[in-house]
Design a protein around this ligand. Sequence first.
Ligand SMILES: Cc1ncc(COP(=O)(O)O)c(C=O)c1O
Length: 424
Amino acid sequence: MVQQAIPEGQATPRAYDIAKIRRDFPILNRDVASGAKLVYLDNAATSQRPVQVIAEITRFYRDHNANIHRGVHTLSQEATGLYEGVRETTRAFINAPEAREIVFTSGTTEAVNLVAHGWARKFLQPGDEIVATELEHHSNIVPWQMLRDERGIELKFIPMLADGTLDMDAARELIGPKTKLLAVSAMSNALGTILPLEELVPLAKAHGATVLVDAAQAVPHMPIDVQALDVDFVAFSAHKMLGPTGVGVLWGRFELLDAMDPFMGGGDMILTVTTEESTWAEVPAKLEAGTPNIGGVVGFGAALRYLDELGMDQVRAHELDLTRYALARLGDVPGVTIYGPDNAEDRGGVVSFSLEDVHPHDIGQVLDDQGVAIRAGHHCAQPVMAALEVPATARASFYIYNTRDEVDSLVSAVEATSRMFGTG
Ligand SMILES: Cc1ncc(COP(=O)(O)O)c(C=O)c1O
């Protein structure tokens, strides 16, 4: 395969040993149904897991498995230590002030719903406003619509401009004295747009609003410091950052978590229970009812350590290099339209595109025949599709183990699709 000229800009750091990284992901060596070698470019949906994470989960179930918090026996104490240890690892990873501010959930979706049920439902009054953006994933839209219908609050959306960036003039008008919550993504999963939190957060704070950041696409791909962001809640998912499915994180300022109502009642979240009434345990136990995904959280710890060792600056630089390269190469394919910001610096490692007169699902199908796994559809972001006036897009998304050669495979496969459908 011909390696194309390298577009200008910062290349992947030399210290970044891509061959070594790829050896940690055996799945990358497999073939797909057509017999072609897998090129996995669906990382915004879920990443792959390295052997270190798989081994940690296996070790947990083989050597330490027990329920946590309640047992005095050795295994229970070991399991509790491992689980609580990951709370501290997570705290350090996002520079949260305290480990008790880390609440383990099943994913970003549950984390956002937890804020909607436990905080917003308790503190928002009819007439109060929640401001979100058109770039949100459905999981940062639907819980607010449900709450709006139940509580009589207002829900407003900052529009997206044609280039996939946010209309900041509209943001300045929409965020006002009635705004009680700004619920905003740090990075769009559909287009890769990095949202300007450094402008949005001060606008919200100037009106005393609380800020929730959906960081499902940010924490896995760039350094995130929740204190530097000066926000109140941050949600993300383990499975998009080398960890298992069924594990997520809600970080919140202690005083907000402490004031929240529990979302679910049951075991582990209580202090006392009589047949008449119950009292709640301290945060975070109050917000983690029932037996959590203990093995998953332990595996997530290994994922965090893996990323920490690589360095999130390096991860970002590597993805930026791939994105810059992909934008340059795909942009040259006849009939291809690329959506989202022109500058790679303004996006994460996501390239959403279409091919003239070819439905994105057909692109996905033909690419799969050549081993290239991308996603085609609305990416759980239908308002983005509506703003672009398209039903769907094809989306390639990168992670730590992807290479320029794989971008070349993507481009060759798109060219082949174009030839097959006679476009361009
Ligand atoms: C920006 C964004 N928010 C939220 C979610 C939902 O994450 P989960 O399905 O892990 O709860 C996703 C998943 O694609 C996402 O990309």
